[in-house]
Design a protein around this ligand. Structure first.
Ligand SMILES: C[S@@+](CC[C@H](N)C(=O)[O-])C[C@H]1O[C@@H](n2cnc3c(N)ncnc32)[C@H](O)[C@@H]1O
Length: 251
């Protein structure tokens, strides 16, 4: 499986703002952590969520495979936030956390067997009574957003990013491939170009729940968004799952 995300983190942050509701994400995540608690972000990107949680007094660790994004995150700093450059599936630590989370379909970037291992590791990283919060992309998200070619624009602080996206779906491998060219015009008129590509596993809801069960995690809630919207019966919208270690009886 391919994944790059090697372009300046500031541009990623700009694009992310067009897709995401950071306040809702932060409130949601923080509601699963006691004051001063510890959180682990798998695939933290540029550290957007961690900086918000750190500002609320939480102790945060983030891991991401993109050297550019981790570099950006380290420069951006953040109270009580530490970053690890590496792959989520290889992350090991003696530390235990009140919350282990992964947002924005990041676990879909892992091939299924590595995802299985990563979820087991995530369960092992939890403190007693701890939670995992995982946002998955599922079958319908991929099918509905599939377009062979798209052009999108993102603007902010005098910067214009034009994203030229080429997508393909491989139904036999259940993999969605995204190849994009980012054309950036900075505020000073300088133009630069970046290639970004990634593969994602096209997961189904039942497959995700099976992987969680295999990891020793029991689903305690499912939502259709970070404002705790109900998981829609028609299957559209994201799949936000809250789980805790099986047998702990934590709601
Ligand atoms: C769409 S971004 C989401 C980042 C962040 N979770 C957020 O919400 O902004 C996907 C991220 O997953 C990271 N990623 C992909 N595969 C990974 C892996 N195996 N281990 C760690 N990070 C990974 C990429 O580098 C990228 O930063």
């Amino acid at each position: 499986m391919l994944s790059s995300f090697e372009f300046p983190g500031g541009y990623y942050e700009m694009m992310r703002r067009d897709f995401r509701d950071l306040t809702a994400e932060t409130d949601f995540l923080a509601s699963y952590v006691p004051d001063g608690g510890r959180v682990l972000d798998l695939g933290c990107g540029t550290g957007t969520n961690l900086r918000e949680l750190g500002a609320r007094g939480l102790s945060c660790v983030g891991v991401d495979q993109s050297a550019s994004f981790v570099d950006y995150a380290e420069r951006a700093g953040g109270e009580g936030v530490a970053y690890v450059h590496g792959r989520a599936e290889d992350f090991t630590s003696q530390e235990r956390f009140h919350l282990v989370y992964s947002l924005f379909m990041t676990l879909n970037y892992l091939p299924r067997e590595q995802l299985r291992r990563t979820l087991r590791n995530a369960a092992d990283r939890l403190l007693p009574g701890g939670h995992v919060v995982l946002e998955f992309g599922h079958l319908l998200n991929f099918v509905e957003s599939y377009q062979q070619h798209t052009v999108a624009h993102h603007r902010g602080d005098g910067v214009l990013i034009t994203r030229l996206v080429r997508q393909s779906l491989n139904p036999h491998a259940a993999i969605w491939r995204n190849e994009e060219t980012l054309l950036v015009r900075d505020a000073d008129g300088r133009v630069s170009l970046y290639d970004n590509f990634f593969d994602q596993s096209v997961l189904t809801g039942p497959e995700v729940r099976e992987l969680l069960a295999d990891a020793g995690l029991t689903v305690t809630a499912e939502y259709g968004g970070f404002r705790k919207e109900p998981a829609p019966g028609h299957g559209r919208g994201p799949l936000v799952i809250v789980a805790s270690r099986t047998g702990e009886g934590v709601a």
